[in-house]
Design a protein around this ligand. Structure first.
Ligand code: MSP
Length: 666
């Protein structure tokens, strides 16, 4: 094989955002760190001297409040949380070189000094801030930025705050920043994010409020001890304070950062505020900022505690191990875009790609080398049949463009080429020993290349395969052919198959009995009513198209059935918080539409309704389009059915009035 130019000298400094310790880390945070770990390991394999920084963002009102909520002092609380995070990162097999905490003295000192430098330059003035403040996001918003009066970021209520504050005149650096972004097309990655920022930069930059006087959990503002430094100004400095700016050996060696890996929600802070701060302080800018997307729940929604759909990565690791999780997140999520996390997909990819494609390959070659060569094989003039130079080069090119998921695809295609090669050559049938050994050696060498290429995704697996083949782990410079001697051990399964439990089908709707209490005409729409129902523990209003079929007096006091987990919708300007179930059919007499409500007269408001014998797994914010796909019809004796099961409460079966068998429920 031609020489591989993989031994690149040089340094590589990469960072993650520092995490807020006010709540525990979830899968989204794990993702940021795994992506960063991938790039660190890849660059290390290239021969670069790497430095990987992560840590915790410990100041601010949000953290102070979280500590107070559990009667702890902020200092003790952040210590406890940061210890937890460190343990969590170990479990993810993250190879960070340092873990910075912003409440450490080494950081506070430098943050203060940098602020003072910007002050001395004359870029900071004292003023008064008035705005809509969101405590959880630690951000002020303008009237126009608010989303229906709520914080545009987290959709929670904001408070009007007025306080004296110091302001950083970022606008002074706006032109220089725009020029920098234009002259460095790869500064913000992916490109779509760069365009976003450039277009936002068409508006003049407002001065940034960089101090707070309303609480004290923070770094004292250098020129006014009654203020603390705004948490973002404080936090961003971690990237240089950890290196000991300005004189530290690490700072001299590693700054500017090669890449700040961040989530897309904090792009503005890293590509506008941070560069302006650096320019003001006379520090070189980082080379690149890569913003990844969000990990969402299986249903495609943002993970949030209130929706109860947050995936705990530790539970996934306990169940499947860390390598399948690393593999799924790094391969399945398109770099830079949002991706859903699905446990089912994890198991499928585990069984197909880890157990079959890779695990079986290792098992097969180990058994063959054991059987035919007593486990020992070295090069006796074999020629190279499979070439992985291009695989490496293409993967490396993709990694340099922050498309790691595609790089992993390439590596996997190569694994499958090895499998195909073995099937085609059938070395176990070969009569010619030399020919047979040549094939086996080719497979071993290819597999050795795989151990190097997959190391950034599957570090433990890579090590295990090396042990199995009796070789030392290598780096990209070791990708050449023919020098390695193998001493293959007893084969054992790398990824024992996961049996998929056949779970019975579940019913996705939250149906409940609702007493109709009040019926009003819809203010805008002729055919609609606004119906007020009592669901036992709560009341809701629903918009229903019943006006042509029922007078208000005909339905008031009836116990109807309501779908309670539909996405909220506005129908002609009125919010509908669910849907009344009714069935419809064409009259046999005159072909006119007949509509009848589904009723549960013996049950109480709030009683659950479900298909007989079926488990309910109600999905939050169920889409009406998916509802339309469910097979809900009226069966014999006017009974409401889902597929072959009758819908019922504990007391009775649900029946439709007015309509008969075959009527569609909607
Ligand atoms: N403390 C700030 C960062 C300061 S950096 C100088 C912060 N912390 S955070 O804990 O809220 O978020 C840390 C990182 O986790 C961010 O990059 C954020 O985008 C990422 N994620 C949080 N939830 C996420 C998902 N559901 N999916 C992917 N990443 C997300 O912001």
């Amino acid at each position: 094989m031609a020489n591989i130019k993989a031994g690149t000298k040089g340094k590589f400094y990469i960072t993650t955002p520092i995490y807020y310790p006010n709540s525990d880390l979830h899968l989204g945070h794990a993702y940021t760190n795994l992506v960063t770990d991938f790039y660190t390991r890849w660059n290390k394999l290239k021969g670069k001297k790497t430095f990987f920084l992560t840590g915790t963002d410990e100041h601010g009102q949000k953290v102070q409040q979280a500590a107070e909520n559990i009667n702890m002092l902020p200092v003790d609380f952040v210590k406890m949380q940061s210890e937890k995070f460190k343990i969590f990162f170990k479990r993810l097999n993250i190879t960070n070189d340092d873990f910075i905490r912003t409440s450490e003295q080494r950081h506070e000192k430098i943050a203060s000094a940098i602020l003072k430098k910007v002050w001395d330059k004359g870029d900071i003035y004292r003023g008064e801030y008035e705005g809509h403040y969101c405590v959880p996001c630690e951000s002020y918003w303008t009237e126009t930025q608010l989303d229906e009066g709520m914080c545009p970021e987290c959709k929670r209520p904001t408070r009007m705050l007025k306080e004296p504050s110091y302001f950083f005149q970022m606008g002074r650096y706006q032109d220089k920043l725009i020029k920098h972004i234009e002259a460095n097309p790869d500064f913000i990655m992916p490109k779509t994010r760069r365009n976003e920022i450039l277009s936002r930069l068409k508006e003049p930059l407002r001065d940034l409020s960089i101090s707070r006087a309303s609480f004290d959990w923070g770094i004292k503002f250098p020129v006014d001890e009654t203020h603390v430094i705004y948490v973002w100004f404080d936090a961003l400095i971690n990237y240089v304070s950890a290196l000991g700016y300005p004189d530290g050996r690490l700072f001299k060696e590693f700054w500017p950062a090669d890449v700040h890996v961040i989530g897309k929600d904090i792009l503005w802070f890293h590509t506008v505020i941070w560069p302006c701060m650096l320019m003001a302080a006379g520090i070189e800018l980082p080379k690149q900022v890569f913003a990844h997307g969000f990990i969402k729940a299986d249903s495609g929604e943002k993970m949030s505690k209130s929706k109860g759909n947050v995936v705990d990565p530790v539970k996934i690791i306990d169940k499947y191990g860390v390598e399948p999780l690393r593999y799924l997140l790094l391969r399945n999520v398109v770099a830079g875009e949002d991706g859903n996390f699905s446990e089912k997909e994890l198991v499928e990819r585990y069984n197909n790609e880890l157990a079959n494609d890779l695990g079986n390959l290792v098992m097969r070659i180990s058994k063959l080398v054991q059987r035919f060569c007593d486990g020992k094989l070295e090069n006796s003039g074999f020629k190279q049949d499979l070439d992985w130079k291009k695989v490496f080069e293409e993967a490396d090119e993709l990694v340099s463009k922050f498309e790691h998921h595609r790089a992993i695809d390439k590596i996997w295609s190569f694994i499958n080429r090895i499998n195909a090669y073995m099937n085609e050559k059938e070395p176990w049938k070969s009569k010619d020993e030399k020919q047979r050994d040549a094939v086996l050696y080719n497979v071993l060498e290819s597999l050795r290349a795989v151990t190097i290429l997959v190391q950034p995704v599957l570090p433990e697996t890579s090590e295990k395969i090396c042990r199995q083949l009796g070789i030392k782990p290598g780096a990209f410079k070791d990708l050449g052919f023919g020098k390695t001697k193998y001493s293959v051990g007893e084969a054992s399964a790398l990824f024992p198959k996961i049996e998929i439990e056949e779970k019975g089908k579940t019913f996705p709707l939250d149906l409940r009995v609702a007493k109709i209490e009040k019926v009003e005409d819809h203010p805008e729409a002729e055919k609609l009513y606004v119906v007020h129902v009592n669901l036992g523990k709560e009341r809701r209003q629903l918009v229903a198209g019943l006006k042509e079929f029922y007078k208000p007096g005909d339905i008031i006091d009836k116990n109807a059935v309501v779908v309670c987990n539909l996405k909220k919708a506005k129908l002609r300007g009125v919010e509908s918080q669910g849907m009344l179930l009714a069935a419809e059919e064409k009259s046999k007499k005159d072909g006119k539409l007949v509509v009848g409500l589904l009723l549960a007269e013996k049950s109480k408001p709030g009683d659950a309704v479900a298909p007989d014998g079926m488990e309910v797994e109600a999905r939050p914010n169920f889409d009406i389009k998916d509802f339309a796909k469910l097979k809900l019809v009226i069966g014999e004796k006017n009974r409401a059915m889902f597929e072959d099961s009758v819908l019922r409460t504990q007391k009775e079966e649900i029946v439709a009035e007015k309509v008969g068998k075959g009527a569609a429920i909607h």
